[in-house]
Design a binder for this molecule. Structure first.
Ligand code: MRU
Length: 357
């Protein structure tokens, strides 16, 4: 697990990202030098994961204002970035913060202020990740107390350092537990169709955390067999009532966990909670290209990256990228604020330091 944030960094008046469309096969860094490049990196998922999407959008504003700090340039950049991906509310949270920081300033001061505000967002996310790790570790330690053998954890998608500006959300307690010497093993579900679970397996392998990759469909059976002690996943948007949107497949895991009495936690920073959204029914769910279901990316036996067509070119396919898990299936939400029951979010709604405004 890296100490600095290799997912996104400033280099002069550009930003450098780790291209996640090339992982886990190739570690490729890409330089972004314009608003359009930042927007495309979010849309095409070169950067992904709710907190990292928000941070990239903030830096996208800084890129846009380098030579023109006018109201028109700020408004155009904001509109362009807001339209990239609909579900992760961190995108809107970060852009709202950028607007609040920049609008009151004269145009001439906005470029420098935009870089500073974007760096603040990045640093704040890293600090939130660290706090999530501490709170989650305490929960895992109490689950592990008196048990023999490693604590069996399960996660879905990737909510690790690749998805954030720090050590991750769902993976932060896992990294903290590993660092604290707690015996753990992580079931990592593949996460079709974009296979973000492969990113999680790649991260965990680099950190030396014991883990096993599974097909998404194996999760329910492992829980039924008593081979899972706790599920921790990230979130893209948490409604005021605790209903939570996360990567498609999360809901099925929550249903299986509920059926088998397995603790099921969401780990997410305050920036993922949308108090303006009353319930999961109001969360916009991104529908991505059907080709993501029909075609997979991978390595050939010769070590070349390739796109493999699984289905007939025109096979009908539907690709909702997220689903909503009802609050009633959640045991708790782990944030920088501690661990709250899903119906207890109102207690932090007006907490200024956590709201970040
Ligand atoms: O489509 P993605 O890869 O951006 O979706 C990512 C997820 O669903 C994550 O679980 C979520 O954003 C939390 S990342 C800390």
């Amino acid at each position: 697990m890296p100490d600095t944030c290799p997912t996104l960094r400033r280099d002069g008046d550009q930003i450098v990202i780790l291209d996640q469309t090339r992982l886990p096969w190739r570690e490729t860094f890409v330089r972004l030098d314009s608003l359009d490049a930042a927007a495309a990196a979010i849309r095409d998922m070169q950067v992904r994961g709710a907190p990292l999407i928000g941070a990239t959008a903030a830096f996208g504003i800084a890129l846009a204002l380098r030579h023109d700090g006018s109201d028109a340039a700020l408004a155009a950049a904001d509109a362009c970035l807001r339209a990239t991906r609909p579900t992760a509310v961190n995108l809107h949270w970060a852009l709202d913060r950028m607007q609040a920081a920049l609008r009151p300033l004269p145009a001439i001061e906005r470029s420098a202020a935009a870089w500073a505000a974007a760096e603040d967002i990045r640093a704040g996310d890293a600090a939130a990740n660290a706090a999530i790790g501490r709170h989650g570790l305490a929960m895992l330690e109490s689950l592990a107390a008196g048990r023999t053998g490693p604590l069996q954890l399960m996660t879905h998608c990737n909510a690790g350092w690749l998805a954030t500006c720090g050590h991750g959300t769902a993976l932060a307690p896992i990294y903290a537990a590993h660092a604290a010497g707690l015996a753990i093993h992580v079931w990592v579900s593949e996460t079709r169709p974009r296979n973000q679970g492969l990113l999680t397996a790649w991260e965990l392998a680099r950190a030396g955390v014991p883990h096993t990759l599974i097909a998404d469909n194996a999760a329910g059976w492992l829980m039924a067999e008593g081979r899972v002690d706790c599920v921790i996943v990230g979130a893209d948007r948490i409604a005021a009532n605790g209903d939570t949107a996360n990567k498609v497949g999360t809901y099925l895991k929550a249903l299986a966990a509920s059926a088998h009495g397995v603790p099921f936690y969401i780990a997410a920073p305050r920036s993922t909670i949308d108090f303006g959204c009353p319930s999961g029914a109001a969360i916009p769910i991104e529908e991505r290209s059907a080709d993501e279901v029909r075609i997979v990316a991978g390595l050939t036996d010769d070590g070349d990256t390739a796109r493999i067509h699984l289905a007939a070119a025109h096979a009908a396919a539907c690709n909702p990228a997220f689903d909503v898990t009802p609050a009633g299936l959640l045991w708790g939400i782990i944030g920088e604020f501690g661990i709250l029951p899903p119906d207890g979010l109102a207690t932090i709604a007006s907490h200024a330091s956590l709201a970040g405004h």
